[in-house]
Design a protein around this ligand. Structure first.
Ligand code: NAD
Length: 443
């Protein structure tokens, strides 16, 4: 099939590349000329395991191309994916300006039937707005061309995006148009051959499903983070509690890890957008409002622990940060807890040296030139002369470090373990002072 992907970020690029891998001819459009230049030079502007190989293979096979030329992009695809950003507006609601601009650019140029697919995460009712925007542009041209709008929210996880797209748990299609549903079934059939994981529903339910999924995952994290606060007070170990409840199949183990708060481009903005959308309907989503508040507090938990240990005036103190990205295997720094932690430690007078395996260029771009802050080439280098190590992102390379080397490099053998990666009893034996999250009885 001929597919156009509008927006070549994490979602658009992965979608385009994976569809090309199955034999489709895909043209990816972005308004960011620099991104397209990088892609056309065979490089990938984001860090996503396995993506570069797929992109290079399909570019070489002539099935995947990149452009900033809107006319060419609209002309190319019968199926037009919209995968542009939907950042939070000032009041937390989803800003649809990029989605609607993409819809208008299709309506203004299309010369044949199109299936327009909302892949961005968008509030309930957006498909109607997209349909109206396209129809308005067609009317302006006096055109009566047929088109369909479909909702196909994306559930990939950054860091495992290619794998998730290739082996989806489910594919949600919101559609009220039989032909468009048929096209979508055909497009996705290679991904669901032996196990039909396609769930077809009405447009509004499909749009809602994406928010519901992210809201549920964020809720599990905030729930455990709050229980971790209590576990510390009452002398229980949240890691044991996690295993204890996760073994119940009604609960399961996923997304029950207490830590330094969730971040990324999705959970924070989608929870806010859902709360805001509900408010506009006169419905108060109290649980979700609390999920968001609990997460804001959680981003400060490591700083609070540092202050409890070293005092509120951190002048003259130096800290090593391991991990900056909001989670492992990505360079995405959007809403990363590390941003709050670094800035807060510096505000309290400390100097900070950080290391992240891939997110340092992106962190440099986001943080700019921060005084009292430096990046290190290697994890061990960040430790030198530090009063403590603060582990923020659980990259694999931090899971089993050389604890003797850590102890030798630090001025004081203190570790703030923001992702509960280290066993408190082992740390004690090794002579390291360990501060985990919610590890009351283990500490
Ligand atoms: P992103 O910011 O990485 O990429 C968006 C891209 O769209 C940018 O490159 C931007 O230049 C481009 N763009 C904006 N307006 C355009 C236009 N009119 N024409 C062409 N290109 C345009 O965003 P992302 O992380 O890929 O997210 C995209 C959407 O998918 C969001 O709604 C997000 O919530 C959702 N989503 C993201 C993830 C994720 O893990 N990142 C997962 C599922 C869903």
């Amino acid at each position: 099939m001929k597919v156009t992907a509008i927006g070549t970020g994490y979602v658009g690029l992965v979608t385009g590349a994976c569809l090309a891998e199955m034999g489709n001819h895909v043209l990816c459009l972005d308004v960011n000329a620099e991104k397209i230049r990088i892609l056309n030079e065979g490089e990938i502007p984001i860090h996503e395991p396995g993506l570069q190989e797929i992109v290079q293979r399909n570019v070489a096979a002539g099935r995947l191309q990149f452009t900033t030329d809107i006319d060419r992009a609209v002309n190319h695809g019968t199926i037009m994916f919209i995968g542009v950003g939907t950042p939070p507006d000032e009041d937390g609601s989803a800003d649809l300006q990029y989605v609607l601009a993409a819809a208008r650019s299709i309506g203004a140029r299309m010369t044949d039937y199109k299936v327009i697919v909302d892949k961005s995460t968008v509030p309930v009712g957006t498909a109607d707005k997209v349909r109206a925007a396209v129809a308005d542009e067609l009317t302006k041209r006096g055109s009566t061309l047929a088109f369909a709008v479909v909702s196909n929210p994306e559930f990939l996880k950054e860091g495992a995006a290619v794998e998730d797209f290739m082996k989806p748990d489910r594919i949600i299609i919101g559609s009220d148009d039989e032909q468009a549903t048929l096209f979508m079934r055909a497009l996705y059939s290679p991904f669901t051959r032996n196990n039909d994981r396609m769930v077809v529903m009405d447009l509004r339910s499909a749009e809602f499903t994406k928010y519901a999924a992210n809201a549920m995952l964020a809720t599990r994290i905030s729930f455990m983070n709050e229980l971790a606060l209590l576990a510390e007070k009452v002398g229980a170990d949240i890691e044991l509690v996690r295993r204890g409840i996760g073994s119940d199949p009604r609960i399961g183990y996923s997304f029950l890890y207490a830590g330094a708060g969730y971040g990324g481009s999705c959970f924070p903005k989608d929870v806010k957008a859902l709360v805001q959308a509900a408010q506009a309907e006169g419905v108060s989503l109290r649980v979700l409002a609390a999920v968001e508040q609990a997460n804001e507090r959680q981003k400060m938990v490591l700083v609070d622990k540092v202050v409890a240990r070293f005092g509120a005036d951190l002048s003259g103190r130096h800290f090593a940060i391991w991990g900056l990205a909001f989670k492992p295997n990505t360079d995405d720094m959007r809403e990363a807890p590390a941003l709050v932690i670094v800035q807060e430690l510096i505000r309290l007078g400390a100097t900070v040296a950080a290391y992240d395996p891939v997110a340092m260029p992106e962190a440099k771009r986001v943080l700019g030139d921060l005084r009292s802050f430096s990046f290190c080439e290697r994890a061990e280098q960040a430790l030198e002369g530090a009063d403590a190590l603060v582990l923020v992102t659980e990259w694999k390379e931090f899971k089993s470090p050389d604890f003797d080397a850590i102890k030798a490099a630090l001025k004081q053998p203190v570790v703030f373990d923001g992702r509960n990666q280290y066993e408190p009893s082992l740390m004690k034996v090794l002579g390291l002072e360990h501060h985990g999250i919610g590890r009351g009885s283990a500490q």
